[in-house]
Design a protein around this ligand. Structure first.
Ligand SMILES: Cc1cc2nc3c(=O)[nH]c(=O)nc-3n(C[C@H](O)[C@H](O)[C@H](O)COP(=O)(O)OP(=O)(O)OC[C@H]3O[C@@H](n4cnc5c(N)ncnc54)[C@H](O)[C@@H]3O)c2cc1C
Length: 1004
């Protein structure tokens, strides 16, 4: 499956190299690039001279006050004001209702100290800010003189006018980057300028979106037909593959590749007919290989022979960029067809770093030092120029030095077969000073579709390391701006940036991060697929009779003392060793999780990582807690301290939905603090638990200390929990069982023992009208349907502000149509089966209840996905209900209940959620600080997630656990968890008792 075939052997060999260089050590990569740079180093001197003169001119040019650069100079992105502006630009214009609009403006303006604003109210601040901007606007003398009435109007008309003014400012900001709303209007504006038009909007969420983008591209291509001249002298089109398919993801390769090839081919055929160039934009690094496969298949298609207009963007910030260029040149060579390459540095740098850290990957796919990206850019540029005229180079940059270097290289190679490129709204002055052909990347579309693009441009203009930012920063000397990449690399020594730690070292010296296998690596996917094709379920111990249980308890009880005496350091080392063994045995664990617990491949990875994190985190926590007693400030002559001691034998009762992570998490906490553990797996997942326990023995945990008791739940209660030798119980499961256990423990006559229970939740997400639909849809789908909704943190009730409910639900249900409900071992599966038929029956009964409500208009099915009939599949469903009170309990599966709310009723929504008495997770999607503050104040939940999904808590980062009916606490993976597993013993000694206060006497 993940073994693509290419036109010739050279391409296949280079393909292997792509994997090698993908996440290579930065130093190795830089060394290699420096070797290649040696042949072009001589361009530096002239490039410097030319760049210096350009920069000098640029610095003398006057900035237009309403331009982003100017605004970001006054309000830097690193300040609250800069962030507030960016947030307002991202959200204001999509909000349909005036009350939310006003709240957003008020929130954001109250956050900052706007320059020259002595006023105290937000209205005054706004008026000052907006009017100062508008008056600057007026002072540049334009047809906007009508705006001179504004000061008086603001006073008279208040908020509505303020909204309009603010909207106007944001529009002006956004419009800087958009050529026009339609391709027709854009084309008529173009005059003699060369453009590559881009239809705004990216990452289609639904088929409808993808179809709309396809038609927009096609229409644009048709509009560009009939231009005179050579193909390189005509305006062209740029497209994004993510806009053309709602599931453009590597795990869906088998479905996506043929579909996208067909769509791209149609666009290319249209571009060929119109005799223009078409360029595929570069997006996230994890999609690069899939995009190259698609590009290869389309590029070699017979119908495109002789066109010479196909091309793509390549990001130099990727460590493998130079191999990508080699591969592309080899591809063009193999066919003799012309190809153009737009070389960019790359627009997703900050996101690439974040994704990589979140996933615990071995290294970054991008450089972490700006100088290394610059070096890579120049080396790649040389390769492109050398391959002219088969390859037509398009060098996209706003950096005067980079541009001057390219020009000098081209001069030395005596080639003019290339062009430079800039973005619409940026780099105008730079390109006025450069004697070369320049094409403008020109976004076309309506404001609503601009947002993601606008945020990238704001970041680019505001980032400290960015040339366009530094050019207006007088503190950055011209010498700095033209410093040679070699000199810069001498300083960095090729090392990664010291402030950007590798994902594995993210937690510093405190603890190791768990490694995450790379789901974007073909090699890994091929390996995993083989694993999943060749698995047979392992054996596990037979169910114990209840009369056998006492023996286990007695052994544990007798052995516990020796385990405690072993001391914290040794125990912690053993637990860390267990973490390492889990890492070594990923393959078997993946097979077990996938086949026994029905987990999809990404869920398997996440669960194994969580189990490893528990090992590393609790080991380190236990060291801190138990290493030495805590000493307290005391009166002179007295020593006061407290130390922690194990309690004895714990019974841990694990759930089936996290049969490895929670199973081990509970047990490790007890073990590392010196307790013995009897662990009962869920009856649905005994194999996984048994395998984990065997690994624990291998790590060095004695067999009597950690015992696997595969038995019925009722037998645990009747035979173990009633026994005084059990000193603590940990349970994850339903609230009803937790109440039963609590009752059993309460009936014991002996000492009262700790009972830690994690139970379910009726988890809600609240979405107001400032939220971004695309982001909400992604987060709802993962929160509600990932793991087939069988997580206690999963989303059950979605509250949506009424003004945006229809449009959001339409996008959500269309996105649900793309969900693949299938066996968990298929890579493309989004929603696997439920754990058993009983779970399915419970959900079906709930749907019957909803259907009853439907008859009285209290409920409405918005959409239900089709699911395979055989097996325990259950189609994810979206039901609108009149109010939350109609739900009486948690429904453990992929059903989302939607409730609409009015903006003014937000507080009531929190109250209603609290009234369920569950309190596990909650999600908020809002750009309003005041809403987020309200949630923090009112939401009685253990885990509150803002503007993201609400599942997947990370050990030691998002301590997890609820309150009320959702659990007893303390939070798993949090700093207080281990305290429940220990006794606290205080120690007070009168030091003067044996001969006087020597310390006091010697200190005076
Ligand atoms: C015509 C055109 C088309 C474009 N198309 C695409 C596209 O398809 N895909 C895409 O991703 N981008 C695209 N871009 C955006 C482009 O990536 C940025 O505009 C570009 O990176 C800015 O580089 P520069 O040379 O102008 O500025 P510089 O200021 O010299 O470089 C800034 C760039 O350096 C890199 N960088 C910053 N900090 C670091 C660091 N610490 N470590 C490593 N690298 C760092 C980043 O890539 C950043 O964008 C396009 C740009 C243009 C002009």
């Amino acid at each position: 499956m993940f073994a693509p075939t290419f036109l010739n052997v050279e391409l296949s060999q280079l393909w292997e190299q792509l994997e090698k260089w993908y996440r290579i050590d930065e130093k190795i990569s830089v060394e290699n690039l420096l070797n290649q740079y040696a042949s072009i180093e001589n361009c530096h001197e002239i490039a410097t001279k030319n760049a210096q003169s350009i920069i000098h001119q640029l610095r003398q040019g006057k900035l237009n006050p309403l331009r982003i650069e100017s605004l970001l100079r006054t309000y830097r992105l690193s300040t609250q004001e800069g962030l507030a502006l960016m947030c307002m630009a991202e959200a204001l214009l999509r909000i349909p209702d005036s009350s939310t609009k006003s709240r957003l403006i008020r929130d954001k303006l109250n956050l900052g100290h706007w320059k020259n604003a002595d006023e105290t109210t937000w209205v005054e601040k706004l008026a000052n800010f907006s009017l100062s901007q508008i008056s600057k606007f007026l002072s540049i003398g334009s047809s906007h003189s009508a705006l001179s009435y504004i000061p008086g109007l603001v006073r008279r008309f208040g908020e509505p006018l303020i909204r309009q003014i603010m909207g106007k400012i944001i529009h002006v900001m956004g419009n800087q980057f958009v050529v026009a709303e339609t391709i027709e209007a854009a084309y008529s504006k173009k005059e003699k300028t060369l453009y590559s038009f881009d239809m705004l909007g990216e990452a289609a969420k639904t088929r409808d979106d993808a179809k709309r983008y396809f038609e927009a591209y096609l229409n644009a291509i048709e509009n560009l037909n009939g231009q005179p001249g050579d193909i390189t002298e005509k305006s062209s089109i740029s497209i994004k593959l993510s806009a053309l398919h709602p599931r453009y993801e590597l795990l869906k390769r088998d479905q996506v590749k043929p579909e996208l090839c067909e769509i791209l081919l149609k666009l290319c055929q249209a571009a060929k007919a119109a005799e223009i160039m078409l360029t595929v934009d570069a997006e996230e690094s994890e999609r690069l290989e899939l995009s190259l496969e698609i590009i290869h298949d389309v590029f070699i298609h017979d119908s495109l022979k002789g066109w010479g207009g196909f091309g793509l963007a390549v990001q130099a910030y990727q460590k493998r960029a130079h191999v990508v260029i080699d591969w592309l040149i080899a591809m063009a060579n193999a066919t003799g067809e012309k190809l153009h390459i737009r070389l960019v540095k790359g627009a997703y740098w900050d996101s690439e770093i974040k994704w990589c850290q979140e996933r615990g990957l071995s290294d970054y796919p991008v450089f972490t030092q700006k100088a290394h990206t610059d070096l890579s850019y120049l080396v790649c540029a040389e390769k492109i120029l050398n391959a002219s005229p088969l390859i037509y180079g398009q060098f996209a940059t706003h950096n005067a030095y980079t541009a001057a270097f390219i020009l000098e290289m081209a001069e030395q190679k005596s080639t003019t077969y290339f062009e430079l490129q800039r973005l619409y709204g940026m780099g105008e002055l730079l390109y006025k000073s450069i004697p070369s052909r320049c094409r403008i990347y020109g976004p076309v579309g309506i404001y609503k579709d601009l947002l993601a693009y606008l945020v990238r441009r704001l970041l680019e203009n505001g980032a400290n390391s960015s040339f366009v930012h530094q050019i207006h920063d007088e503190q950055t000397s011209i010498e700095m701006l033209v410093k040679s990449v070699k000199a810069q690399c001498n300083v960095t020594q090729g090392n990664a940036h010291p402030n950007i730690k590798l994902p594995i070292d993210m937690y510093g010296l405190y603890r190791r991060n768990s490694k995450g296998p790379d789901l974007s690596s073909y090699k890994f996917l091929k390996h995993t697929q083989k694993l999943l094709n060749s698995y047979s379920l392992e054996e596990y111990p037979a169910l114990l009779r209840q009369d056998q249980l006492e023996r286990f308890l007695s052994r544990a009880d007798q052995a516990q003392n020796s385990w405690e005496k072993m001391g914290i350091e040794k125990r912690a080392n053993i637990i860390e060793k267990l973490g390492d063994l889990l890492d070594d045995h990923r393959d078997e664990l993946t097979q077990l999780l996938c086949f026994e617990a029905q987990k999809t491949i990404s869920d398997c990875i996440a669960e194994i990582r969580e189990a490893i994190d528990f090992c590393y985190y609790y080991a380190q926590q236990a060291r801190t807690l138990m290493d030495s007693p805590v000493q307290f400030p005391s009166p002179t002559g007295e020593l006061n301290a407290m130390s922690y001691h194990s309690r004895g034998v714990f019974v841990c009762i694990a759930p089936w939905n996290f049969p490895l992570a929670i199973f081990l998490g509970q047990a490790i906490a007890a073990l590392v603090t010196g307790n013995a553990v009897l662990v009962k797996p869920s009856h649905q997942t005994p194999r996984i638990g048994f395998f984990a326990v065997k690994l624990a023995y291998k790590a060095g945990i004695p067999k009597d200390i950690f015992q696997f008791i595969h038995c019925k739940g009722a037998d645990v209660s009747a035979n173990l929990l009633v026994d005084d030798r059990v000193k603590g119980v940990v349970f994850t499961g339903s609230i009803d069982t937790a109440i039963d256990i609590n009752r059993t423990l309460a009936n014991r006559k002996g000492p009262i023992i700790p009972f830690i229970a994690e139970t379910g939740g009726m988890n809600a997400m609240i979405v107001d009208s400032s939220a971004l639909h695309e982001q909400v849809v992604t987060d709802v789908i993962s929160s509600a349907f990932q793991s087939a909704g069988q997580r206690c943190s999963a989303l059950r009730i979605l509250f949506v502000q009424e003004e945006v409910a229809d449009s959001l639900l339409c996008m959500l249900s269309n996105a649900m149509k793309e969900l693949d409900i299938n066996d968990s071992w298929n890579f493309s599966t989004d929603v696997g089966p439920l754990i058993d038929s009983a779970s399915k029956e419970a959900l079906e009964n709930h749907v019957l209840y909803l259907k009853e409500l439907e008859k009285t208009d209290q409920a409405r099915n918005i959409y239900t996905c089709q699911a395979p009939k055989a097996g325990n599949f259950f189609g994810p469903a979206l039901w609108e209900i009149k109010n939350i009170q109609l739900l009486k309990e948690e429904n453990f599966g992929p059903i989302v209940h939607v409730v609409r709310f009015k903006a003014n009723d937000l507080e009531k929504v929190f109250m209603q959620i609290n009234e369920t008495r569950y309190g596990l997770t909650m999600g908020i999607h809002s750009r309003l600080e005041s809403t987020i503050a309200m949630a923090e104040r009112l939401a009685k939940v253990g885990n509150l997630y803002i503007n993201r999904n609400m599942i997947g808590a990370v050990v030691g980062v998002q301590p997890f656990g609820g309150e009320g009916l959702s659990g007893t606490g303390p939070k798993a993976g949090g700093p207080n968890y281990l305290l429940r597993f220990v006794h606290e013993r205080a120690f007070t000694q009168n030091i003067t008792a044996c001969g006087g206060n020597t310390i006091l006497l010697s200190t005076i």
